[in-house]
Design a protein around this ligand. Structure first.
Ligand code: FAD
Length: 420
């Protein structure tokens, strides 16, 4: 009889639906032990910029998502073990103590995340255990693509041409009917608060009529239902990104749920952009984080002036629209795609500040931060991707003005305008 025990390490896949690591672990083992680790290195203070690597908006969203996951697992009579510490040490200790055989997780692809999973793998080898990797971040499976990852086209237009209509999306996996667990008497651990993570406890969950950025699978699925039932005719943007980034929603689930929606083509295209950027991260590895970016162009010189950067962060530039978006970002942890393009473009191409400083600020503040989506978008804005020229020519500020002729947005986010 199969008596294997396995740890399922939840990372940016905080859901029970369409969770390949969980389904694989259940299929191949008699008992599973779910674990989530809050890695303090993700919440450190970035001394050079004087900001936390993960600010309170996203930290709160993660805390809510892990709490929701713990509750969802309890419905199956399964306990989620939570730790604050380095995953390669904390998971190792649990694996050694419980004499599990495998650690299952969805494989991450960017440098910091890969380093952690590699260290854990090596530690596990010392006690005769191993990692088992699954997939779950993308709409497409890389093995279904008509090219190897290293030959992914470098422009979205070409990627879309080769993949768009030709590659089928696989059906999402259902929530498991049962999750086999056992009583192990190991301390379950507390979910930390923002204060435990050395962050300010002042953020409110950002709720408006059309969205409420509360973390967790149930909230993500609620948002998906609401979009399909009420908003898909009115809105071209879905506000799914925070749940997609923490894996509370699977992109495949979104894809099949929105099939009847009026603007499904636009959302699906955006999900494909997301996959494309992840593939750019896989293809170009650490280049997406370095000065020369994907094109390795080190000829451009940027300023590293933190006064100019701070004026941008605090909405004190000479461009009111940039200031309004930056104020919205600071107050909510979220701005639209157009807002991101306007503000990033302004920092890099008007203020001439090092694009990596802007990307680091977005990494800190965004509630929906995702390594590839953020850093590859910044590469593009800084003109460091193959098709970047196309994007630089657009006048994003004019686009905003056309959409808001009465300056309602400025009035909302800049106090001087609210009295005019
Ligand atoms: C400088 C810059 C930084 C960005 N950083 C991030 C980030 O850290 N995390 C993030 O999720 N998105 C990032 N984006 C992309 C985009 O702004 C957001 O995904 C989008 O605004 C989310 O809103 P939505 O959910 O309503 O998107 P929708 O338009 O409804 O699109 C559906 C989904 O597709 C994905 N998506 C849409 N546009 C993009 C895009 N351009 N790049 C990658 N994915 C996309 C998102 O997951 C989104 O939820 C960035 C864009 C720029 C210009």
């Amino acid at each position: 009889m199969n008596e294997n025990k396995a740890i399922v390490w939840f990372r940016q896949d905080l859901r029970l639906h369409d969770n390949e690591a969980l389904v694989d672990a259940i299929a191949q083992n008699q008992f599973i032990v779910p674990v989530y680790i809050f890695d303090p290195r993700v919440f450190i203070q970035l001394e050079n910029l004087n900001i936390p690597k993960t600010d309170s908006f996203r930290a709160k969203f993660i805390i809510e998502s892990v709490t929701a996951l713990r509750n969802a697992l309890l419905e199956f009579n399964v306990n989620l073990i939570v730790r604050v510490g380095n995953p390669e040490e904390e998971i190792f200790k649990i694996a050694r103590r419980l004499k599990t055989k495998w650690v299952y997780c969805n494989r991450e692809r960017t440098q910091e995340e890969v380093l952690v999973q590699d260290r854990l793998e090596v530690a596990l080898w010392s006690i005769g255990q191993e990692m088992r990797y699954s997939r779950g971040k993308m709409l497409f499976y890389t093995q279904d693509l008509p090219f190897p990852i290293t030959h992914t086209p470098d422009t979205f237009r070409q990627f879309y041409k080769e993949v768009g209509r030709f590659v089928d999306i696989r059906k999402p996996l259902p929530v498991p009917k049962e999750i086999p667990s056992y009583e192990h008497y190991i301390d379950l651990g507390e979910i930390p608060s923002l204060i435990d993570l050395n962050l300010e406890n002042t953020v409110e969950t950002n709720c408006k009529e059309e969205f409420c950025f509360k973390g967790g699978e149930e909230e993500g699925l609620k948002r998906l239902d609401m979009f399909v039932e009420r908003f898909s005719k009115l809105k071209s943007c879905s506000f799914f990104s925070p749940w997609l980034s923490q894996g509370c929603l699977s992109p495949k689930t979104v894809y099949f749920a929105i099939q009847e929606s009026e603007n499904k083509d636009e959302i699906i295209q955006h999900l494909m952009v997301r996959d494309f950027f992840r593939l750019m991260g896989k293809k170009h590895l650490n280049s997406i984080f370095i000065k020369g970016g994907i094109t390795q162009n080190f000829n451009k010189s940027f300023s590293q002036n933190t006064d100019i950067l701070n004026d941008w962060i605090n909405g004190k530039t000479e461009e009111p629209i940039v200031n309004a978006y930056m104020n919205q970002l600071k107050s909510t942890g979220h701005i639209s795609l157009l807002g991101r393009k306007i503000t990033s473009h302004f920092l890099v191409n008007t203020l001439n500040v090092d694009w990596r400083m802007g990307a680091a600020y977005f990494e800190s503040i965004l509630i929906d931060y995702d390594p590839c989506s953020n850093w590859v978008n910044w590469n593009e804005i800084a003109g460091l991707t193959i098709d970047a020229r196309h994007y630089c020519s657009t006048n994003y500020i004019q686009l905003h003005k056309n959409q808001d002729p009465e300056n309602l947005f400025l009035k909302k986010w800049i106090s001087e305008y609210s009295v005019i």
